[in-house]
Design a protein around this ligand. Structure first.
Ligand code: GLN
Length: 270
């Protein structure tokens, strides 16, 4: 059976994929049949499978999703993996991490899960709804002891003192406004525009994050951004003029510079 069919049948009947295969041949009646039909109709209408199921996997962990948050992308695992590697190699134990524009919380929660010795991983998003989804994912993944969620705008100064961080990770909206209509239909018609739209050149968020949140990075701490095609080097320059050094670029599976990392130089350019 096709993977999506198994996932839909499982979600509609409360079974795992394995149970769907084990019970193959049993009839789905009544409520289950109706749920399958409703989910199939949504899928056939072009809605991404993750929204139809109400959950998606990232870094091997389950995340609740709905149409007010971006679906976790496989490409974004590059940023999560780099953050986890950095924390394990440096100061994972007792580290404080900030995930800005957290959406579902998938990056920060993966960090909390795989670097369990972190002291705090703070999740921030300006959408109150996203923060509600992120909180549900914190509970679902059992990391509530170290992961608080706060609604705040990444393009403005932190609303409360959040103290200093060893690492900021940030996957902001970065699609240039004019390119949104050319995205594939599932993204364009179903994912929240405010999670994609990075303004005219897609770069609206980066200078604001560097200016307002950069000062919260500890000396020799790190900042890591995800970005779109053709944006990485411009962000690297913004980081250097914002008081960061050792800029590095990481390539995604398609060879695009997808992640930019830098270290806080200690000189404050405020
Ligand atoms: N990578 C996403 C896309 O192409 C965009 C995510 C973002 O703007 N942060 O759909």
């Amino acid at each position: 059976m096709n993977l999506e069919a198994k996932l839909i049948l499982g979600a509609a009947s409360g079974k795992t994929k394995e149970e769907v295969i084990r019970d193959f041949g049993l009839f789905a009646l009544g409520d289950v049949e109706k749920r399958v039909n409703d989910m199939l109709a949504r899928r056939l209408n072009g809605e991404p499978i993750a929204y139809v199921l109400g959950e998606w996997e990232f870094m091997g962990l389950p995340f609740n999703v709905d149409r007010q948050v971006l679906i976790p992308r496989a490409d974004t695992e590059l940023l999560a993996e780099e953050a986890i590697k950095y924390l394990r190699a440096n100061k994972g134990s007792g580290a404080r991490v900030l995930d800005l524009c957290c959406g579902t919380g998938c990056i920060g929660i993966s960090i909390a899960k795989y670097v369990a010795s972190c002291r705090h991983v703070v999740l921030v998003d300006k959408s109150v709804h996203a923060i509600m989804v992120a909180r549900s994912n914190v509970l679902r993944n059992g990391v509530s002891r170290i992961v608080p969620c706060i609604d705040a705008d990444a393009t403005k100064a932190p609303p409360v003192s959040l103290d200093k961080f060893d690492l900021i990770v940030c996957n902001p909206p970065y699609v240039p406004t004019a390119e949104i209509d050319a995205l594939e239909r599932g993204v364009r018609d179903f994912e929240p525009r405010e999670a994609l739209d990075g303004g005219e050149d897609g770069l609206d968020f980066y200078p604001a994050v560097i200016r307002y949140w950069g000062p919260t990075v500890k000396e020799n701490g790190a900042i890591m951004f995800e970005c779109g095609e053709g944006q990485a080097e411009l962000i690297g320059e913004m980081l250097v003029s914002g008081g960061f050094k050792d800029v590095k670029y990481l390539l995604d599976g398609g060879g695009t510079k997808r992640v930019v990392t830098a270290i806080k130089s200690g000189t404050n350019f405020e």
